[in-house]
Design a protein around this ligand. Sequence first.
Ligand code: 5GP
Ligand code: ZN
Length: 117
Amino acid sequence: MSASQSCLFCRIVAGELHAERVYEDDRVVAFRDINPQAPVHLLVIPRKHLVSLGEAEAEDAGLLGHLLLCGRELARQEGILERGYRTVINTNREAGQTVFHLHVHVLGGRFLGWPPG
Ligand code: 5GP
Ligand code: ZN
């Protein structure tokens, strides 16, 4: 089975599964997390199937930067840029990655503790 058939987020990119999209362009799609951990909890993902940050290549540098800048613009759009927001990329099992298609969490709208759990 190809990645696009078996991967949850590839299926969201393809429009086969519903998600509440807040932004998209030729390289990325952003949507609300189904199980939000803060008043604002978005996921920004590349259209291209990348398993994790651990498997990104030097040629993906521009795409990785674009994901972060899209997250920043979405934080602005959601009204949390000035208050503060957090971008998180969980990489592999011990860090809590559960969906193996690279995604950037954008969290905010409440005070976020540190260190993370
Ligand atoms: P991870 O744990 O891999 O860093 O993050 C995966 C995130 O994807 C979780 O926050 C989880 O709530 C979210 N998620 C899992 N399945 C779906 C889904 O079908 N739709 C949406 N919108 N979010 C999902
Ligand atoms: Zn995928």
